[in-house]
Design a protein around this ligand. Structure first.
Ligand SMILES: C[S@@+](CC[C@H](N)C(=O)[O-])C[C@H]1O[C@@H](n2cnc3c(N)ncnc32)[C@H](O)[C@@H]1O
Length: 258
């Protein structure tokens, strides 16, 4: 296992990583069609979201460019004795590398790494059946200054973060581009926004990470996060934004809110 994958796994197992998946699952549960729906998890990594959905009876496909991540996904699904289709592909090659249509397409925690995320998400929409769902989770640019000020106690870095969309990730040791929910919805005029959530509205602004490992504290934090997820204005400042969009019928013109 590479060092990056080890750091990724540690992040997933940390309280803040667990919250990311619990909250995504709770948000999606409000919108998903009854199982079995076909779910395509783009850049699905080691399959953490897809596995939750497979456990709920959905028929899942995980696409990722990393052989190591897909091997982790294969292992996780084998252990759970659940079926999965794994496709090794770069999202730049969509839609050719993956067959559609799917009832639900996920693009979770990936657009920050992509050279042209708008084009990739539009290609992803082409893989969704009319009326189907696109779920996008991404790092929220608005959270970056707050995180520097409160988590890192670094107001100078917070000030600098106000005027840039570039940031660094320690997990994958690379530079990434931050976005806002408004930017992403503007890229997708053929989709109707049916859910706008925040993931981790307060967790990243509590500087004491040790406290988050205390089960009683974490249980309270999780209850709070689940309650804040769709209560404006908290989603606007959460560490991740989570958008659920419905693909319109191409014959109907712009998609209507439903
Ligand atoms: C932060 S991980 C997120 C994994 C998963 N979506 C999740 O949230 O648990 C980012 C994933 O995106 C994949 N990735 C990044 N750029 C990609 C690309 N251009 N095409 C396919 N996969 C990509 C990486 O290999 C990695 O598995």
């Amino acid at each position: 296992m590479t060092e990056a994958t080890r750091r990724w796994r540690a992040w997933q197992q940390a309280p803040w990583g667990r919250l990311r998946y619990t909250q995504a699952n709770a948000n999606l549960a409000r919108h998903l069609p009854p199982a079995p729906a076909t779910v395509l998890d783009l850049a699905g990594g080691d399959g953490a979201d897809a596995l939750r959905l497979a456990r709920q009876g959905h028929d899942v496909t995980v696409v990722d460019r990393s052989a190591e991540m897909l091997a982790e996904a294969e292992h996780a699904f084998a252990q759970a004795e659940l079926p999965v289709r794994l496709v090794r592909a770069d999202l730049a090659d969509l839609p050719g590398s993956v067959r559609g249509p799917h009832d639900v397409v996920l693009a979770h925690n990936v657009i920050q790494y992509l050279p042209d995320p708008a084009a990739t998400l539009r290609a992803a929409v082409d893989l969704i059946a009319p009326g189907g769902l696109l779920s996008v989770i991404a790092l929220n640019r608005h959270a970056e200054p707050l995180r520097h000020a409160t988590q890192h106690l670094d107001p100078a870095a917070a000030l600098a973060a106000l005027d840039t969309d570039q940031a660094n990730t320690q997990t994958f040791d690379t530079t990434l581009t931050l976005h806002t929910a408004d930017q992403v919805t503007a890229w997708l005029p053929d989709c109707a926004l049916v859910g706008h959530y925040g993931i981790r509205a307060v967790t990243d602004y509590v500087a004491d990470n040790d406290r988050k490992h205390d089960p009683a504290f974490f249980a309270d934090l999780e209850r709070l996060e689940l309650a804040l997820a769709d209560r404006m204005p908290y989603p606007l400042l959460a560490r991740f934004f989570h958008l659920v969009l419905r693909r319109g019928n191409p014959d109907d013109g712009p998609a209507a809110i439903s």
